[in-house]
Unconditional design. Structure first.
Length: 353
């Protein structure tokens, strides 16, 4: 029997609520499929920041390094500035563990609704391959001047290695899917980094003659995602563009409560980290009404990454069964159930197929 060491960081707000449900479902899957998940919980959060002045201990990265994978709830809550909490926990972990791929698959599932008129389940499916270690997210820059002359500068960093590896990952993924990749660009307005991104995209595309490739300005791509989502399968995007497109992709496929995410270290030299696309949702935190599906599906991605593919499939199937039946649904899905009721229903629906 395999034993896996999993670090659990529930974090803030609804991250805590949905983490409990994801663990419930993963435990059931492990039991049925005959493996053990050994959980270690870390209380790293804005609450910890309030008590100690840091989001995680100084040796936080070393503490996590020995784990097989990490399951993270959400980070950030009013009271601690977002750039402090996120650069104190989530972003450093993504970088320290070379989780340079942020994989964000979305699919419109039976029993859920899309804001797009006339689309039904099975018609909408795509994946955002987001660069997760550099790009527009950088510490380089600063504030200068005073009064009306005050200004802020923020540098973006795009390295050849960083762009090549994310683009190549997207092409490899497309080979296993529909064979289509679209690159999100903005080289009409951003004159250094984006032409560089486009150039590397074209170079890698030439290595994959069997994959259909195109580039699309991110503004037009956003419109396409709403008006012609069936034209999109794999999207490769820089850190910021991928962040924005992944919430949009979630919105058109049932909402933020439905979209999972994996911060992947493809070489498996370090743990990968799985979380929902959404954040801590302070507006509904503590009410027990958050949709746990995104986090449960992030758990399925974690199992898949561990190599427990059958268990991952059982979890996804259980989610689909419960949503299709429509009896247990949180308010964002049009129902009245609680987070715990939906989590329990999914856990009970996990079966060996
Ligand atoms: P958010 O994703 O937390 O919430 C946006 C909206 O979606 C809110 O109205 C919320 O109620 C709703 N929503 C989100 N998840 C839901 C769920 N599972 N079920 C039902 N409704 C859901 O985005 P925000 O409000 O911009 O951010 C809140 C905090 O979370 C901020 O501190 C932000 O920096 C942080 N954040 C963290 C992560 C992360 O940890 N990966 C991701 C995004 C935002
Ligand atoms: C996400 C979040 C984070 C990001 C924030 C909270 C820093 O929006 O995981 O999508 O932009 O990466
Ligand atoms: Mn985001």
């Amino acid at each position: 029997m395999s034993d896996y060491r999993i670090a659990s960081i529930p974090g803030d707000g609804i991250g805590v609520d949905v983490q409990i449900e994801a663990r419930k479902v993963l435990e059931r899957a492990a039991e049925l499929h005959g493996f053990v998940l050994q959980w270690t919980e870390f209380d790293w959060s804005c609450e910890r920041f309030a008590q100690t002045g840091t989001m995680m201990p100084d040796d936080g990265v070393q503490l996590l390094a020995g784990f097989d994978q990490i399951l993270l709830g959400a980070v950030g809550f009013p009271g601690v500035p977002d750039h402090v909490s996120l650069w104190g926990l989530l972003i450093p972990l993504r970088r320290a563990f070379s989780q340079y791929v942020n994989l964000r698959p979305v699919r419109l599932l039976p029993g859920t609704n899309t804001v797009l008129a006339g689309r039904t389940a099975g018609e909408l499916e795509m994946v955002i391959v987001r660069e997760n270690s550099e790009g527009e997210y950088s510490r380089i820059g600063g504030r200068h001047g005073t009064g009306a002359g005050e200004f802020a500068l923020q540098e973006s960093v795009f390295t050849r290695t960083g762009v090549e590896r994310i683009v190549r990952y997207a092409f490899e993924l497309a080979k296993t899917r529909t064979g289509r990749v679209v690159s999100a660009t903005k080289s009409n307005g951003i004159i250094h980094t984006m032409p560089f991104w486009d150039e590397i995209f074209a170079e890698i595309a030439a290595e994959y003659p069997d994959v259909h490739s195109e580039q699309c300005h991110i503004d037009a791509l956003a419109a396409r995602m709403v008006q012609q989502p069936e034209r999109i399968d794999v999207v490769v995007a820089s850190n910021l563009f991928g962040d924005i497109l992944s919430d949009l992709a979630a919105a058109v496929t049932g909402g933020l409560g439905m979209a999972p995410s994996g911060n992947i270290n493809p070489e498996s030299t370090h743990p990968s980290m799985f979380e929902a696309v959404h954040g801590s949702a302070p507006d509904i935190a503590g009410q027990g009404i958050a949709n746990p599906v995104a986090q449960i599906l992030a758990g399925a991605m974690l199992l898949d990454h561990l190599g427990e593919r059958a268990a991952a499939g059982s979890v996804s199937a259980a989610v689909e069964t419960v949503l299709a039946a429509g009896e247990v649904a949180t308010p964002d899905l049009g129902g009245k159930s609680t987070t715990a009721e939906l989590g329990t229903a999914v856990a009970e629906a996990v079966k060996i197929s």
